[in-house]
Design a protein around this ligand. Sequence first.
Ligand SMILES: [Zn+2]
Ligand SMILES: [Zn+2]
Length: 138
Amino acid sequence: MSQGRVSGSCLCGAVEFHVELPTLFCGHCHCSMCRRNHGAAYVTWFGVLYEQFEIDQGIDVLVRHASSEHGSRRFCGKCGSSLFCESTQHPEHIDIVLANMDGPIDKAPQFHGYWESRADWAQVGDELPRLRADAADD
Ligand SMILES: [Zn+2]
Ligand SMILES: [Zn+2]
């Protein structure tokens, strides 16, 4: 198992957090909510247990948006960076946007989730499994 701490932050730096490795998974999400939320064709998430996650700064500027009946997303209220996704369907772990991390985590992306919802204007050329849905999104 990989050990170590990786820090992350939003675009403006108001929110800082860190995770303790190992992570649970890492994967790309092609759902329509991620697409709109990030203004991107798809978003790469990883998951860690809550006990391996801590917000170091900026909890007061975090804004929560309830994106579904069971899920919510948190973003920086100052700069808009999308940071976390949480769900009552996976109460043991939090989903974190890989792009906001300051360094590498312990695994590369493993799959494409919500493949059926993907944008048809972006091409994906890797050989990762294409899944209809996954734990990386809500
Ligand atoms: Zn910010
Ligand atoms: Zn998604």
